[in-house]
Design a protein around this ligand. Structure first.
Ligand SMILES: [Zn+2]
Length: 311
């Protein structure tokens, strides 16, 4: 099953169809309205979120206007929890200072030790945070989907990234320049408060992952990783190679192959040519280490965010 939302409950969207928030004056066309909403060189369209908040969305250049509107709405449907939690006027002001970008699978967002040029609020995409030891061994210590933001070290006054970040799931994200983000934190207290809470929760996730790698076996950790990935991909099927899994879990490929084989033999997952499907989510949760549940609880308590894709 695909297309589930994490930050926003899917149920919130049912029975409340998307509609274009802009009201057209007599003789005014959709194109006129879009021009009015232009911001610098960008073409923006004003849409209404399922929660009734107005939001400016970059207008995609599709083959016709109707398709462009449809694509704009689809993009907005997968919004970012931190931005959604802002009061409507502030949310709009913050988003107006962002650019919508498509993050490419496997692309490095920033290296450890590199200056943070942008922060990213993922909407469809998700980002892995990686620690490297001795210059080559790598372990994923955090995952950022549409419940958070990448580059939150800036909020603590650090302009340099401590950890490597790369795109694990391709798709859209809101991107904001680091300097603009700094000003936003100063002039938008509600954003500052949310980001502070997120930093606290994110640190909890980093610590939990370190403890997990020390105390839990590969099979349990793999199950946890697959569930976390499914939650942030908003899907039960996603593409992942065994090399990538080994890289993320910091183990040898043979260990991942054995663990994945066991989960498949038990009917919890199906893995074929890089396409992994979570077949039985409840039993996969039971097979995962306690860190998966603990993470969900951390996000729920710290942010009120419902990260899991499970209904
Ligand atoms: Zn664990």
């Amino acid at each position: 099953m695909s297309g589930r939302c994490g930050g926003i409950r899917k149920g919130d969207q049912r029975g409340m169809p998307w509609r274009i928030a802009a009201k057209y004056a007599a003789g005014q066309t959709a194109r006129d309205r879009i021009r009015q909403a232009a911001h610098g060189s960008r073409r923006l369209v004003l849409l209404q979120t399922p929660r009734g908040q107005p939001a400016l969305v970059d207008f995609p250049f599709a083959r016709d206007e109707k398709t462009s509107f449809m694509q704009a709405r689809q993009r907005l449907e997968r919004s970012n929890w931190l931005l959604d939690a802002l009061p409507a006027a502030e949310r709009e002001r913050v988003i107006a200072r962002c650019t919508q970008v498509d993050l490419v699978l496997g692309r490095v967002v920033h290296e450890a030790g590199e200056r943070i040029r942008h922060v990213y609020f993922p909407t469809e995409s998700f980002i892995s945070v990686l620690a490297t030891v001795d210059g080559h061994s790598t372990l994923e210590v955090g995952m950022i989907g549409n419940e958070g933001l990448c580059g939150c070290g800036l909020a603590l006054g650090s302009a340099v990234a401590q950890l490597r970040a790369l795109t694990q799931g391709a798709g859209a994200a809101w991107r904001m320049q680091a300097s603009v983000f700094g000003r936003c934190l100063q002039d938008t207290p509600s954003l500052r408060a949310l980001v502070n809470r997120y930093v606290h929760v994110h640190l909890g996730q980093l610590a939990q992952t370190a403890a997990c790698a020390r105390f839990h076996v590969v099979e349990e950790r793999l199950a946890r990783w697959l569930l976390m990935t499914g939650d942030r991909a908003h899907a039960d099927t996603f593409y992942v190679t065994q090399e990538f899994l080994a890289f993320m879990l910091g183990v040898r490929r043979v260990g991942v192959t054995a663990a994945a084989g066991t989960l498949q033999a038990r009917g919890l997952i199906r893995y074929r040519r890089g396409n992994l499907t979570i077949v039985d989510r409840d039993r996969l949760e039971a097979a995962a280490c306690s860190c998966y549940r603990s993470d969900l609880e951390t996000y729920r308590q710290g942010l009120g965010a419902r990260v899991t894709a499970k209904h």
